[in-house]
Ligand binder design. Structure first.
Ligand code: CA
Length: 219
C-alpha cells in the first residue's frame, strides 16, 4: 500500500484529492496545517507528500525547508493557488519534485502522482499476508494465529491489513483513522485505541506495540 500525505487547508480540494486517489488504491492521510504535517512526517513514513503552499501558520515553503533540512527526501508535489513563476522557482529551489497550480484536473494529478511513485500492485492476486505467527487470509477475511482462527469485523480486517502491509513501521493514529474510517472521521475520537485492543485480544498482547506520542507498530 502506498501512503500519501495531503497537506491542504481547503477542505473541498483536500477531499477531491483524497477520494480520487483512494479510489485508485492509494492510502491517504490528510492534515490541514504545516505543523501537523511536520509532526506526522517525523512520526511515520510516507511515499509521497502533496503540499499546498498557502497554509495557515507556517506555509508550504517553510514545511519543505524544514523537511529537507531534517534530511527527509520523500517526494513532494507542491500545490499553489495560481500559476506564479516565482512560486515555481521557489518550490524547486526548496526541494520540491513537482509542481501543480490550482485548479488542476484529477487526471493531471494522477499522472504526476504515478510519475513520482510506483503504481500500486494489483492486490487481487494475493491470497494472504503473513508476518511472524500471524496469517491474514484475504479471501475469507479470517486471521490465523499460531494455528488458531479468528473472525474479524470489517474494521478489524482493514486495520490488520494496513499493519501487515507495513510491518515494523510506526503507523500514526491519524493514518489509521484515515485508512480505516475514511476521510470524514472525528480526529478526537478514541476508536483507534479501542480497535487496537480488539486486535490484541485476537493476535496476542505483544502483537502491536504502542509507541508513545507517535502511534502503533506491528512487531
Ligand atoms: Ca491553501
Amino acid at each position: 500500500m502506498t501512503n500519501i500525505l495531503v497537506v491542504e487547508d481547503a477542505v473541498r480540494i483536500a477531499s477531491f484529492i483524497v477520494k480520487g486517489l483512494q479510489a485508485h488504491g492509494y492510502s491517504l492521510t490528510h492534515v490541514e496545517s504545516g505543523e501537523e504535517a511536520l509532526r506526522l512526517l517525523q512520526a511515520a513514513q510516507f511515499d509521497l507528500v502533496i503540499l499546498d503552499i498557502g497554509l495557515p501558520g507556517i506555509d508550504g515553503f517553510e514545511v519543505l525547508e524544514q523537511l529537507r533540512g531534517s534530511g527527509n527526501d520523500v517526494p513532494v508535489i507542491v500545490l499553489t493557488a495560481k500559476d506564479s513563476v516565482d512560486n515555481t522557482v521557489a518550490s524547486f529551489e526548496g526541494g520540491a519534485d513537482d509542481y501543480m497550480s490550482k485548479p488542476f484536473s484529477f487526471e493531471e494529478l494522477l499522472a504526476r502522482v504515478r510519475r513520482r511513485i510506483k503504481i500500486p500492485t494489483d492486490s487481487n492476486q494475493e491470497t494472504s499476508l503473513t508476518h511472524g505467527n500471524i496469517e491474514l487470509d484475504l479471501r475469507t477475511r479470517r486471521v490465523h494465529v499460531d494455528g488458531k482462527s479468528h473472525d474479524l469485523t470489517a474494521r478489524e480486517f482493514t486495520m490488520l491489513e494496513f499493519f501487515l502491509r507495513h510491518p515494523g513501521q510506526v503507523l500514526a493514529r491519524e493514518q489509521i483513522l484515515s485508512r480505516v474510517w475514511g476521510f470524514d472521521h472525528d480526529p478526537g475520537s478514541n476508536v483507534v485505541d479501542v480497535y487496537i485492543r480488539y486486535l490484541r485480544q485476537k493476535l496476542g498482547n505483544d502483537s502491536i506495540s504502542t509507541v508513545r506520542g507517535m502511534g502503533y507498530r506491528l512487531d
